[in-house]
Design a protein around this ligand. Structure first.
Ligand SMILES: *Cc1c(COP(=O)(O)O)cnc(C)c1O
Length: 459
């Protein structure tokens, strides 16, 4: 094979680094639907959102028109600590698969939080600090977001209160200690510290919690404590905006070396890494400049895009947050207890939901044993132990590369490797012991959760 004049891992120089985030909404003809007030069903006003979220983040949330929003210098300075993230050619994986496809991945696991979430955490902490707030509250499921936010808050000397889904709090004590290392306080959710938590504990004694419930608790504390606001690690428009740094870097690296991805693949929980990775490429597609195939990969046990409905729904269990129009399974949906791989949120980013509904993006769901098989295959040849979430994207990248082997097509595949799996070894252990099963909800079960969608005029 001829040697290619491309680095094995592509980094960027300072002059090539993005100085503005890209706001995909500016190029969308059908804008994502606005957030609604849960009580009145009217469009949420900025003043209402500012009770819950930081002022500048509300501006970003509502901004559907500016294509570029400057990344403040303080945030770019922080990014220098762990960015650019490398765009890596998976030579050894290609060889192992004997595929003519070229496989690239953008690796976001090179920081202590072990995921892309730090990209938005630092931005949200910055705006909170700039507003003169004392601290922020949030929820965390598996713990990556809580860790990322703890790191960001300690950098700007903000207080950080994390409500951690109880089963993760118990199963992942090491994540909890990382958060405490950065000075955050971590409370298992549902707790007895909030009205919502007490109510849920009473209704469902012994519950191990859910993201939707932890969100309600975090919002209640933020709204009830002077000098505090709530921050969220995915789903929201502002988070996808911050995560566009992933796609902008990936695109700059591709353009620099003439790499043209045919297919871009990412795992989808709330949609932030995928929305960020595809943003500038999707922009080209929306403007009619270039075509790409985009694939969102979700767990078969939490299939919001592939089996959900596109409707206004609650973002949280306690129904205190604004309503968002999204592909959703219903806000009471909780994936089966044997689901190990993250990506367990019941809904999907409004931006990605709209793009999917308009046919600009595809979605696929995968079973968790197949995901862990791909994770192991990747770990053995690429030298990174991937997060279970990221491994959903690996699964589909491998499947597509194997299709190319059948057809002889030399496609270029780019996928997002969102993080590392060192805190997920209990899940790996289950897989290795043959104790992992694939519980896929039935249509009847999904219909039951769907029946609880808010009764509003679902346009
Ligand atoms: C949180 C997380 C995800 C999923 O969240 P999105 O908002 O859908 O990106 C994926 N991978 C890792 C490693 C995560 O920590």
């Amino acid at each position: 094979m001829a040697h290619e004049n491309i680095p094995y891992k592509i980094y960027l120089n300072e002059s090539e680094m993005p100085e503005a985030w890209y706001n995909l909404r500016a190029d969308m003809k059908n804008k994502p639907a606005p957030l609604l007030n849960p009580a009145t069903h009217e469009k949420m006003k900025a003043e209402e959102l500012e009770q819950v979220f930081c002022r500048e983040l509300v501006e970003q949330e509502l901004n559907d028109t500016d294509a570029f929003i400057e990344i403040p210098k303080e945030i770019r300075d922080f990014y220098k600590m762990y960015r650019p993230s490398p765009l890596v050619r998976a030579y050894c994986l290609e060889k192992k698969l004997q595929t003519p496809a070229k496989i690239y991945y953008k690796f976001e696991g090179n920081n202590t939080s072990g995921s892309h979430k730090l990209n938005s955490a630092i931005a949200q902490a910055y705006y909170a600090k700039k507003q003169g707030l004392k601290g922020v509250t949030t929820e965390t499921g598996a713990g990556q977001w809580g860790t990322a936010l703890s790191m960001a808050c300690s950098y700007f000397e903000l207080d950080c209160k994390v409500f951690m889904v109880k089963c993760s709090y118990e199963q992942k004590p090491f994540r909890r200690e990382v958060m405490r290392t950065y000075g955050a306080s971590v409370t298992p959710s549902p707790s007895m510290e909030t009205n919502v938590g007490r109510r849920i504990n009473e209704l469902h004694p012994g519950t191990t919690g859910s993201l939707g419930c932890a969100i309600s608790e975090a919002v209640e504390v933020a709204v009830g404590t002077p000098g505090y606001r709530y921050v969220l690690g995915s789903v929201l428009n502002q988070v996808l905006l911050h995560q566009s740094v992933i796609g902008l870097e990936a695109k700059a690296a591709c353009d620099k070396y003439g790499i043209k991805p045919d297919m871009i693949i990412g795992c989808a929980g709330g949609g932030s890494n995928l929305g960020g990775l595809i943003a500038p490429f999707m922009g080209e597609k929306l403007r009619g400049e270039r075509d790409y195939e985009f694939i969102a990969v979700e767990p078969a046990s939490c299939p919001s895009l592939t089996r959900g409905v596109y409707a206004y729904d609650f973002c949280d269990t306690g129904m205190v947050c604004p309503l968002a129009k999204m592909y959703t399974l219903g806000s009471d949906f909780i994936p089966s207890a044997n689901h190990a791989g993250g990506l367990r949120y019941h809904g999907m980013s409004s931006i990605l939901s709209q793009l999917y509904d308009d046919g600009f993006m595809k979605a696929r769901s995968v079973a968790q044993t197949d995901v862990f098989e791909a994770a192991e295959q990747f770990a053995r040849v690429e030298g990174i132990l991937p997060a279970p979430e990221s491994s959903h994207a690996i699964r589909v990248a491998i499947d597509e590369a194997l299709k190319c082997k059948q057809t002889g097509e030399e496609k270029t595949i780019l996928f997002g490797l969102t993080g590392t799996g060192y805190f997920d070894l209990v899940a790996y252990e289950k897989f290795h012991n043959g104790e992992m099963s694939d519980y896929i909800p039935t249509d009847e079960e999904l219909a039951k959760f769907r029946a609880n969608l808010p009764k509003i005029d679902q346009k």
